[in-house]
Design a protein around this ligand. Structure first.
Ligand SMILES: [Zn+2]
Length: 169
């Protein structure tokens, strides 16, 4: 089932998520829904907070569904290693129409549970490292705009507020 993706400004997106106690059938169907929702968007990653569920789960697929091995699910993820820095343009399904250059680690290793409850550790470089950091931020109630400073941030926030006021957000 495709779930609605909540946008910047909705409280649930800005609150940190809590760890998953058990991978129950409900959690499994949430993960299935998140994968479907990510592909339908389409996007390369989706965190549970973006569908209004305050649990520490994210899915990523930098191949957008072209390569089955690229689909990764993380339950209760944590960083094992992060290093380097990359500056690239980034967007978010919760902020359609907005992009900004965000500093992210060049390499990130994430450990967490798979959909089946087994543990896995995955190394991401480049785009995958960026996606890992972006989704981990979501689980802490952060979006890429929160990583921006000064004018760049003000401009996006102001434009979103204006869209909200006119019912276009
Ligand atoms: Zn996002």
């Amino acid at each position: 089932m495709i779930r609605p993706i909540i946008r910047y400004g909705v409280d649930a997106l800005h609150r940190p998520a809590t760890p998953v106690a058990d991978i129950t059938p409900d959690i499994e169907s949430l993960i299935d829904d998140m994968i479907q929702t990510m592909y339908a968007a389409p996007g390369i990653g989706l965190a549970a907070t973006q569908v209004g569920v305050a649990l520490r789960i994210f899915v990523v697929d930098i191949s957008l569904g072209r390569n089955p091995a690229d689909l990764l699910t993380f339950v209760n993820p944590e960083f094992v290693e992060r290093e380097g820095m990359q500056l690239e343009e980034e967007g978010c399904l919760s902020l359609p129409g907005f992009n900004a250059t965000v500093a992210r680690p060049a390499r990130a290793v994430v450990k967490g549970l798979n959909r089946d409850g087994s543990e896995h550790t995955v190394e991401g470089k480049g785009l995958l490292a960026r996606a890992f950091q972006h989704e981990m931020d979501h689980l802490d109630g952060m979006v890429f705009v929160d990583r921006l400073r000064g004018l760049q941030k003000d401009l996006i926030v102001r434009r979103i507020k204006k869209l909200s006021r006119t019912g276009k957000w």
